[in-house]
Write a new protein. Structure first.
Length: 420
């Protein structure tokens, strides 16, 4: 803007009782003198939508393209009717205007819309959606600085290699995307991946040893998907791994194989029942249980911060130790109410660890403690006593029993409850 025009604009503003002031003019001139790199740094403090609104001229548009957009989740979903298409169109615009966007969530779309089918789509799903309005999911590949990608109930069908080719990606979350076909091997395209969360993805396949290409970066892994196989010990030497959840997989292994130097930084471990000693493991004899418990105890003592999430064991119905209520002595309603304590759980009071047998409805036996009671002078003694009281208050039917009663003892207790 020429000086004479600035002066005229100022005078016009004064005549109208407001408008641009001399300070405004000076600030505008200072702002105009900023280079694109400086503007890009300023834009880095704004939300994506605000950066888009700030692109008032060519310099600002160029600065926006250079801006490393802060880690703010941009979500494409159908929270409100018409919202997903509007947000998708915004994402298309950002793919050229803000290519350094770092975080994107792709979720559901409005009815009658879908993302473009990938390679080898499910035929029935492709047929049902043949007349839907199609949105191109491949535009995501333009965001080369992407750090976080979330796919949640997104209408994807087939294979999409472009979704697994982000050299700077740190976190990948794919949940309830049932027709997205992919194999764990494709994660080699994400060399800096730290966190992987996959839940209820029936079309995910692979062996967990494919994760070894990410050995030095992975910190959190959740694979709650049924077609994953392998041995969980293939991840034992991952130096940064803090959380490992393989609960709904068919991964195998044996917890007795965990050595003192394995899983050095692990804080949470959830294994499937297909692992010997994993949650839901079935014992063939009651006498087998203490051995597994002591293995878990040893692993935890070597790693004090480790939590065995969802862990429990149970006696197999094929066990010679298995019994139930006598059909001739007790009616069906009572048999459903009272069952033998054939489930085993870990118990903690303060830092003291133990285990106990209980029914499926949480009717417990006495605790078998593996640690000594903390001394009265201990800083955590009061906490231990409070939690111990809660544990002991729940023991009533099986008072005095530290393991399941014999069949004869159980039927005697049942008769006393039944009033016989």
């Amino acid at each position: 803007m020429h000086h004479s025009k600035k002066k005229q604009k100022l005078e016009d503003g004064q005549q109208n009782g407001g408008g641009m002031t001399t300070d405004d003019d000076d600030n505008s001139s200072s702002f105009d003198r900023l280079g694109t790199d400086a503007l890009a740094n300023i834009f880095g403090f704004l939300l994506p939508e605000d950066i888009m609104l700030a692109r008032l001229n060519k310099k600002m548009r160029e600065a926006a393209k250079k801006t490393i957009v802060p880690l703010t989740d941009f979500v494409v979903d159908s929270a409100r009717t018409g919202d997903s298409v509007r947000k998708y169109n915004a994402l298309v615009a950002m793919s050229t205007a803000l290519p350094n966007l770092q975080q994107i969530s792709v979720r559901g779309l409005d009815g009658g819309h879908k993302y473009s089918d990938g390679d080898y789509p499910e035929r029935m799903q492709a047929g049902r959606t043949a007349n839907f309005i199609t949105l191109d999911i491949n535009i995501i590949s333009r965001f080369r600085k992407l750090r976080i990608l979330e796919l949640y109930s997104a209408p994807l069908n087939g294979r999409y290699p472009v979704l697994f080719d982000f050299p700077l990606l740190h976190k990948l979350s794919i949940k309830y995307v049932h027709c997205l076909k992919w194999n764990l091997e494709i994660l080699a395209g994400l060399p800096l991946l730290k966190e992987l969360f996959c839940t209820s993805n029936e079309s995910l396949t692979g062996n967990i040893d494919s994760l070894r290409v990410l050995k030095d970066t992975l910190e959190k892994v959740t694979l709650d998907c049924p077609h994953i196989e392998g041995n969980f010990m293939d991840l034992a030497d991952f130096p940064r791994l803090k959380e490992l959840n393989l609960r709904e997989t068919y991964v195998t292994g044996d917890i007795r194989d965990i050595g003192e130097r394995d899983f050095p930084t692990l804080e949470l471990l959830t294994l499937p029942s297909s692992v010997y000693g994993g949650p839901g493991h079935e014992f063939q004899r009651i006498s087998d249980a203490p051995g597994i418990i002591r293995t878990l105890y040893s692993i935890k003592r070597q790693r004090p911060n480790l939590v065995f999430k969802y862990w429990y064991g149970k006696l197999s119905k094929d066990s010679p130790d298995w019994y139930g209520l006598d059909d001739e002595l007790f009616n069906e309603e009572f048999r459903e109410f009272l069952a033998p304590p054939f489930h085993i759980h870990l118990v903690e009071a303060g830092s003291r660890v133990g285990y106990r047998w209980q029914t499926n409805d949480d009717m417990p036996c006495e605790v078998n403690w593996l640690d000594p009671e903390p001394g009265r002078e201990s800083s955590e003694y009061e906490k231990y006593i409070r939690e111990l009281r809660v544990i002991e208050e729940r023991v009533y039917l099986y008072q005095g029993f530290h393991e399941p009663p014999s069949e004869e003892e159980f039927n005697r207790l049942a008769s006393e409850i039944n009033g016989d």
